[in-house]
Design a protein around this ligand. Structure first.
Ligand SMILES: [Zn+2]
Length: 276
């Protein structure tokens, strides 16, 4: 990197607001060039994602294969829990497939004591046995699967990956592309507010709330009683007090707030259920 660039970097690091404004401008331009616009199902929100369906499926399939290999001994392939998960997932997948016909849906139940489940980009679902005492019945499980599958159909991972990737490119451009010290890089990244947690890419509050909304409509479309979703979230509220939150409430304002929001969407869900 030239001395001039080093001067620019030093200048920017000393003046965070200018650095942020410049980075925001670069991200804005990159964002328009490298992403495509799409609309989320149910909520009809316009979002920009930078991965095609095929890329999302590849990404999810890779992660899925890795998980199944690592947790091979924990895979549950018979018994009532297995049968229930397959039965409910099949109905939720059929609904979600209407929004994402390219995705290849598959669910695996893992013997883990944690109350959690997730759906990878492209349609691969993992459920832990620890969630089943909380879901209690098919409608409760459909609530969880609806929420997780909604993250995939709304392309939430692709939306966040793209933002993070573009921000990194912007940082690199601003810093001259090469030979910024790790300390300077970290400082620029911190200025942009993306922190060091990029690898895990937690969903935003907005995405969590959107997954609740879409998931509720999905479970209703799949023929389950949406009021059971409210009952499930109330059980979650009681169970999660004082514990580390699982994925589906990783960044939610509060489970109490979530119960209220879900109740607000009930009329829409009941109409969706009526349509079959
Ligand atoms: Zn979630």
């Amino acid at each position: 990197m030239s001395r001039a660039w080093k001067g620019v970097v030093a200048f920017l690091i000393a003046r965070p607001l200018i650095a942020i404004a410049l980075a925001a401008a670069v991200v804005g331009v990159l964002w328009l060039f490298f992403t495509h616009r799409q609309t989320t199902p149910v909520t009809h929100r316009a979002e920009r994602v930078g991965l095609t369906d095929k890329q999302q499926m590849q990404l999810g399939a890779q992660q899925y294969a890795k998980t199944l290999k690592e947790d091979r001994a924990q895979i549950v392939s018979s018994g009532p829990g297995y049968v229930e998960v397959q039965r409910v997932a099949k109905r939720i997948e059929a609904v979600a497939a209407k929004d994402k016909p390219n995705f290849v849906w598959k669910v695996t139940l893992l013997r883990k004591n944690e109350a959690n489940a997730y759906c990878l980009p492209g349609g691969k679902i993992v459920v832990f046995t620890g969630i089943l005492p909380l879901t209690r019945n098919d409608a409760g499980l459909a609530t969880v699967l609806g929420h997780e599958v909604a993250h995939a159909t709304a392309e939430h991972v692709a939306e966040r990956i793209e933002r993070d990737k573009l921000t990194r490119i912007a940082v690199a451009i601003i810093a001259g592309g090469i030979s910024v010290t790790p300390g300077q890089y970290a400082q620029l990244v911190a200025l942009l507010g993306i922190g060091g947690e990029a690898a895990s890419l937690p969903f935003s509050r907005k995405q969590e709330s959107e997954a609740d909304h879409i998931g509720l409509i999905y479970m209703a479309r799949a023929g389950y009683d949406p009021r059971q979703a409210v009952a499930f979230w109330k059980r979650m509220l009681r169970a999660s007090k004082g514990k580390e939150p699982p994925e589906f409430e990783s960044d939610h304002p509060s489970t109490a707030h979530r119960v209220k929001a879900v109740e607000g969407w009930l009329p829409e869900a009941e109409r969706a259920g009526g349509q079959g």
